[in-house]
Design a protein around this ligand. Sequence first.
Ligand code: GDP
Ligand code: IMO
Ligand code: MG
Length: 424
Amino acid sequence: MKVDVVLGLQWGDEGKGKIVDYLAPNYAIVARFQGGPNAGHTLKFDGKKFVLHTIPSGIFRPDLINLIGSGVVIDPTTLAKELAALRQAQVDYQDRLLVARKANLILPTHRYIDKASEAAKGKEKIGSTLRGIGPTYMDKTGRNALRVGDIMQSDFQARYDKLKQKHLDLLKMYPPVDFDLATAEAQWLEGVETLRSLTLVDGEYYINKALAEGKKILAEGAQGSMLDIDFGTYPFVTSSNTITAGACTGLGIAPNKIGEVIGITKAYCTRVGAGPFPSELFDETGEFLRKEGQEFGATTGRPRRCGWIDLPQLRYTCMLNGVTQIVVTKMDVLDKFDSIGAATRYIHAGKETADLPYDVCTHDIEAKTIMIRGWNESLEQVSTYEELPEAAKDYLQNIEEYLDTPVTMVSTGPERRKLIVRNN
Ligand code: GDP
Ligand code: IMO
Ligand code: MG
């Protein structure tokens, strides 16, 4: 058996939560492989809405196991809140939610450092979600981190106190920012208690044993490939590998165990936070997309920047991920357009190119856009690919041809059932 991967091909918020929730019943295990509570994955079904930050998006489907993998950074405070929301919705997670012992812990002081460091950057700030992601991954690679397995060790409190002190010393470097550490710490220690009540596993053994037993596994990514620490629009990125390779390192599976790679793109493009966005629209069309698509962050509520789909950018991320299938979400948001733009090339430093240049963050980059006929009708009643208006089919075909990859699913609304699955 192989591990199928679902991940975002843009700058995040492509609709990963919805697609994982939809696909989950086909699998025995859904496993999150990286990122942390910077993610906000929205699920809508039966008139209810949930936003998950750390917990895999398979949790609402009965019978299957959800694993928070070792590549994830966990804030016990956020996790405890998510669990409380599940209990309120009467979702029984106790025997179905597993946490990898090697996952790293976000401490309150990691959030404190994130805030101080972003404030100190002034105009150059990344636009971080301030969830402590960067400082936690820094401690991981710096070999200072506390991991989930450590909460069961007798010296946990002493190690926590030591790392906290190190952070407080570090914070002296930064201009002061408001942070109520005492309250945050009390909540965090309560969260650690909650974490102790969950089932902790050696995730890498768990997954590989399940594979050997013939179980089907779906790996859920967070953020998007353009936020990848190595290949994204650095430094305006997150601090983990969001691409397919991150599923290997984040779960402890070998590259030859990867099966389908399901890459998600919106029918247009958004970004939240700072950094380059070649096809961004600054006019009323961008504003219209934000309104129609309700483009406000699921984690921070910030308005998302909007623009046309960027095909060279998607070709780049298809290449990085080995995408075998594309899912196009939010098609319905384009229902009211006579014509729809698509970036096909860039102008950068006076030259035309279809590759993303190295210095995309320091030199202006402009997208060359073609206009494609819109369908200008509601997709509300469409439930099969064949029923899509011709112009919508042409739009999708254009994407397939440019990316040389099939579009296998098209999402036409936030609800679980609003999904067109293409035959074959
Ligand atoms: P994720 O982080 O990739 O899981 O995506 P988010 O949940 O942050 O953002 C996607 C947003 O779009 C959520 O509010 C979803 O409910 C919504 N959404 C997902 N698919 C569709 C769709 O096909 N059409 C519309 N209109 N909204 C969608
Ligand atoms: P999901 O999984 C969209 C962005 C932030 C910021 C940059 C760094 O919901 O798609 P960080 O908090 O990681 O230090 O922020 O990355 N970012 C996201 N944007 N969706 C996300 O997750 C994101 N997670 C981080 O806005 O620009
Ligand atoms: Mg999101």
